[in-house]
Design a protein around this ligand. Structure first.
Ligand SMILES: Cc1cc2nc3c(=O)[nH]c(=O)nc-3n(C[C@H](O)[C@H](O)[C@H](O)COP(=O)(O)OP(=O)(O)OC[C@H]3O[C@@H](n4cnc5c(N)ncnc54)[C@H](O)[C@@H]3O)c2cc1C
Length: 317
């Protein structure tokens, strides 16, 4: 049996940031992830300057492809406008692996199936034991399934369904486009250029809103691909998208039970307007680590519920 003070299940941005901060506090921890890194992660990979601040790096220090997006071309129903902003695009394939390595914490490839509580300790698949357990396993997190199912952590009305593809593409249009509520989609579609010649296109919407209209994300994906063709944004590309679902933030949830913590998508923390979850995942991981190290409350203080704030609309300096 491998014994650690803290075991983190999931090595995405939530888990790796938590590990990075725990290590700084000199706390013995280990990460278990079922995937071998670098691993594919469906995500537009659009991050805010606050994410880089939380990670204590400047864009030039990031060792992989990163693009500054200074303008969003937005179509909202019949309106078209350009929003000056400062956001960045990264590839999750690179970003998550880099974060994991940077944490300096050992990672084991292990698909967690069973977690038991035994005299104040947590036993994972009969192979690992720990005093503190961190659930950072995203939407399918086994810590959520074992200890939080039926709580108010995730609400059905906050479930987002998506279709997406990221692929190498010699794009000629390096702008970022958003189509909001097009064809009555309860969500939006995106075209996000990435560094090193990659492109990410996708679509996401509220599952409850689609169901109410007997609609589906697949139908919206087909319409979206036709639009991309019409606009000659990705000529010659044959699409082969994948889907993933995750939860937007619910207000009143308790994300800690004694020594068990939920962070990132396991806790459903993505912003309620744009569905951004990378920033909340990182900050919740840091907050959980500080709570363990200092013996203080685990709070969501400093984690905004919404993406669109005046700060979002940053003008070019
Ligand atoms: C299509 C799409 C586009 C998105 N675009 C954006 C965006 O542009 N900007 C943004 O901020 N957010 C975006 N999001 C949300 C963002 O991707 C998530 O909020 C973010 O990945 C959450 O990070 P996490 O570390 O909590 O979970 P994850 O990144 O999902 O990591 C969870 C990890 O847990 C592991 N795991 C799961 N189960 C087990 C198990 N049983 N045993 C061991 N390991 C396990 C997985 O292998 C995985 O590595 C998007 C989401 C989707 C689906």
């Amino acid at each position: 049996m491998i014994k650690k003070q803290v075991i983190i299940i999931g090595g995405g941005p939530a888990g790796s940031s938590c590990a990075w901060r725990l290590k700084r506090h000199n706390i013995d921890c280990r990460i278990l992830d079922r995937a071998v890194f670098p691993r594919e992660k469906l995500c537009a990979g659009w991050i805010t300057p606050e994410v880089l601040e939380d990670l204590e790096i400047s864009p030039s220090e990031y060792p992989h492809g990163i693009i500054a997006l200074r303008k969003m071309h937005v179509k909202f129903r019949m309106l078209r406008f350009k929003v000056p902003t400062l956001q960045y695009s990264i590839r999750r394939y690179e970003f998550d692996y880099w974060l994991l390595k940077r944490s300096g914490v050992p990672v084991e490839t292990h698909n967690v199936r069973q977690i038991e509580k035994d005299r104040g300790e947590f036993i994972i698949d009969g192979a690992y034991s720990c005093t503190y357990l961190i659930g950072a396993g995203g939407t399918g997190c086994p810590v959520y399934k074992t200890f939080f199912k039926g709580s108010k952590v995730r609400m059905d009305e906050n479930l987002i369904v998506t279709q997406e593809e990221e692929f190498p593409y010699d794009y000629s249009d390096a702008n970022c486009y958003l189509w909001v509520m097009e064809n009555d989609l309860p969500g939006y579609a995106w075209y996000v250029p990435k560094g090193n010649g990659y492109l990410n296109v996708g679509i996401g919407g509220k599952a409850a809103g689609l169901k109410k209209r007997r609609d589906s994300i697949n139908r919206h994906w087909e319409m979206f691909v036709n639009k991309l063709k019409e606009k000659k944004l990705t000529p010659g590309h044959d699409y082969n998208p994948k889907g993933h679902s995750y939860y937007l933030r619910n207000g009143s949830a308790a994300l800690r039970q004694g020594n068990i913590f939920l962070i990132g998508d396991a806790a459903g923390l993505a912003t309620t307007d744009m569905g951004e979850g990378i920033g909340p995942a990182i900050r919740s991981g840091l907050n959980a680590a500080d709570a363990i190290a200092r013996g203080t409350d685990y709070t969501l203080n400093g984690i905004s519920r919404r993406s669109i704030r005046w700060k979002w609309l940053r003008f070019r300096k």
